[in-house]
Design a protein around this ligand. Structure first.
Ligand code: KIV
Ligand code: ZN
Length: 390
């Protein structure tokens, strides 16, 4: 039977760290409500110690949203944990996400510490967080580059201290998918109490591998994935929510599912892009402007004969109203006839050949030929042609 993967959305924390993407409290509440509608399981609402504004946002999101668990980030220090606990006071279901660096690079250069001290600090942080809330997630920052046996020791110790979820982040987006998958498997094989907690994957996209790495982590036993809408996040971003949800929906052989209503993906993507003032790249998987648009003649011909020739996802499944046929100098007669019919003109084969020559001449100079351009071509070449749309 298919197993559930919990979706931990960090658009409002890791996503909001992006320069220029800062949100007001009102905007964060609006996005949190949209994420609740979409069906995410956990919303990481912010890093309350970082600023009074972020603290206030976590408080207000906790008041405004009921179904998802509301999570607040805290470094493994008392002040952060107390602040996170206070910011969550109105949350119906609450989680503190605390942790610290686990790779030797972080231990030596960021903390000037030792593995032993990091282990102690992690355990103390989890115990302290558990004195405020029942649900505590521990993050082993830069686990992607951490020594495997130390990572396992740390995971075992924080689970024994009461962590309910353990996050194994590839904070720098360093790992290859098979390496990250093997890391998660190693944790499952070498941590005796691993089944007392949920293992979470949190991947960054520095090498464009965040989604692939997250999927490998899930395939090797993780049951929570940390994502952002549109893949926004530090540097090259985080694993994108829309990609994970649609990969699990498309590839049933993974035997994993989420409880999200995928039809709300596109409206949520638009809202996040607008509020963060962060345009989505046109060729972004699932939510980019070109994700369901066909422009070359070969593809258009196949798509018009049978959509599945070039579409593995029905656009309606993610809330995109329809696929589109874009007319460029690479388009063929089939696409031209299709668009002409949409605007109300039916041409014989000979007339269409004639129109096609005119269209290609225009497309070579105009790049994108719109319905208005087509209308102008028809009016000039066939001024008395009957239009069924008038
Ligand atoms: O990338 C990372 O390691 C993080 C942690 C704070 C969870 O964002
Ligand atoms: Zn991160």
């Amino acid at each position: 039977m298919s197993e559930k993967v919990h979706i931990f959305d960090t658009t409002l924390r890791d996503g909001e760290q992006v320069p220029g993407c800062q949100l007001t409290t009102a905007e964060k509440i609006e996005i949190a409500r949209e994420l609740e509608g979409l069906g995410v399981d956990i919303i990481e609402a912010g890093f309350p110690i970082s600023s009074p504004g972020d603290f206030k946002s976590v408080v207000e999101i906790s008041r405004s949203v009921s179904n998802p668990v509301i999570c607040a980030l805290a470094r493994a220090v008392k002040g952060d944990i107390e602040c996170a606990a206070e910011s969550l006071r109105y949350a119906k279901r609450k989680r503190i996400h605390t942790g610290l660096g686990s790779s030797d690079i972080h231990i030596q250069h960021k903390f000037n510490s030792t593995r032993e001290k990091i282990l102690e600090q992690g355990v103390a942080a989890v115990k302290y967080a558990r004195s405020f809330v029942e649900d505590v997630e521990f993050y082993a920052e830069d686990a992607g580059r951490a020594d495997l046996d130390f990572l396992c020791q740390l995971v075992e110790a924080v689970i024994a201290a009461g962590a309910t979820v353990v996050n194994i982040p590839d904070s720098t987006g360093y790992c290859l998918p098979h390496q990250y998958g093997a890391k998660i498997k190693y944790v499952f094989d070498h941590v005796p109490n691993v089944h007392k907690a949920t293992i979470s994957v949190h991947c960054h996209n520095d090498l464009g591998l965040a989604t692939a790495n997250s999927i490998e982590g899930l395939a090797n036993g993780a049951r929570q994935v940390e994502v952002t809408m549109n893949g926004v996040g530090e540097r090259a971003g985080n694993t994108s929510l829309e990609e994970i949800v649609m990969i699990l929906k498309t590839h049933k052989t993974l035997n994993l599912h989420t409880d999200l209503n995928s039809k709300l993906i596109y409206p949520t993507s638009l809202l996040v892009s607008e509020r963060m003032r962060m345009p989505v790249q046109a060729n972004k998987a699932i939510v980019g402007r070109n994700a369901f648009s066909h422009s070359s003649g070969i593809h258009q011909d196949g798509f018009l004969k049978h959509a599945e020739t070039y579409e593995i996802i029905n656009p309606n499944d993610v809330g995109v109203p329809s696929s589109s046929i874009v007319l460029t100098a690479r388009s063929g007669r089939h696409a031209l006839r299709h668009r002409l019919e949409i605007i109300g003109y039916v041409f014989s084969k000979e007339e269409l050949d004639d129109m096609y020559k005119l269209f290609i001449a225009l497309a070579d100079v105009k790049k994108l030929v719109t319905d208005d351009d087509l209308q102008a071509l028809v009016s000039e070449a066939y001024p008395v042609k009957e239009c069924t749309k008038k």
